[in-house]
Write a protein that binds this ligand. Structure first.
Ligand SMILES: [Zn+2]
Length: 271
């Protein structure tokens, strides 16, 4: 089935992007956001594709060709800004409308990121062509470029590094509203900072949100201590923060979560 939406993680591989802070690189943050959104659209059974799913170099012509050939109606290109500003920016094509960008700005605002501007830009020598290739070279696919915040602004950078999942989710909400698709909230809390309070007691605690169709075999007493100790260690070290995972010893983590854990470990070792 052709995707309705194709997600584009800006930059990648040899191109780190310009939106880099001490906490993250743009290519890594855009990939986090993109893979999170990809998983969310899949969860809602909304056909979705991505231009890249790992840290690969993707030349602009190839990237635009992937979008054009995807069969998708919409493209969301994820980026992190830099250059001395604060808040989100959403860029759309001169042949498009500001309706979707406005919804994105509103939803990001609801998560605490003010909108700086929504705009179009044309080539200096040709007012009939978009300046950005993702707007210009993506054919009939309605493409918006989302700049989630400024890496060189401490408030934005902090928000992104701590709460990028909420910002990714905000754009998922905006998309569902714009494309008239039923939005379903995530099954697990989108942010590590808003985890449900641990209900104590350990074994037998059930995740009320349920898993992704995992057999709910009741009670945690069948999890051997050595497994649970290893999981608890991950939480103690801050490598895992979402409490939902604490009692799912035998369930696989999605790739993005593994990536987050590895990145946290890497940053810990580096510092
Ligand atoms: Zn960028």
């Amino acid at each position: 089935m052709a995707p309705i939406v194709i997600l584009d993680a800006g930059h990648g591989g040899v191109d780190p992007g310009g939106g880099n802070s001490a906490q993250f690189t743009e290519k890594q943050m855009t990939l986090n956001i993109t893979l999170y959104q990809y998983r969310r659209f899949q969860e809602m059974q909304i056909p979705v594709a991505v231009t890249r799913s790992s840290d690969v170099t993707l030349p602009s012509e190839d990237r635009a060709a992937l979008v054009r050939g995807s069969g998708a109606r919409y493209c969301i290109s994820n980026h992190i800004n830099a250059g001395g500003g604060r808040g989100s920016e959403v860029i759309y094509s001169i042949y498009g409308t500001a309706a979707f960008p406005r919804l994105i700005a509103e939803e990001l605002e609801a998560e605490g990121v003010p909108n700086r501007r929504i705009f179009t830009r044309t080539l200096p020598n040709n007012p009939r062509q978009d300046y950005y290739y993702m707007n210009r070279e993506t054919g009939s696919v309605e493409t918006v470029i989302v700049e989630y915040g400024f890496a060189d602004n401490p408030l934005d950078a902090d928000k992104l590094s701590k709460d990028w999942q909420s910002l990714a989710e905000a754009v998922v909400r905006a998309f569902c509203e714009y494309a008239n698709l039923t939005y379903q909230p995530p099954k697990t809390a989108p942010t590590p900072t808003t985890t449900p309070p641990a209900s104590g007691g350990g074994s037998g605690t059930q995740n009320p949100g349920g898993g992704n169709g995992n057999p709910n075999n009741g009670g945690g007493s069948d999890v051997p201590d050595w497994k649970q100790e290893a999981i608890d260690w991950m939480f103690d070290e801050g490598l895992l923060t979402n409490e939902d995972w604490r009692h799912q010893a035998d369930n696989p983590l999605p790739l993005w979560a593994e990536a987050v854990i590895l990145r946290r470990l890497y940053e810990k070792l580096k510092s």
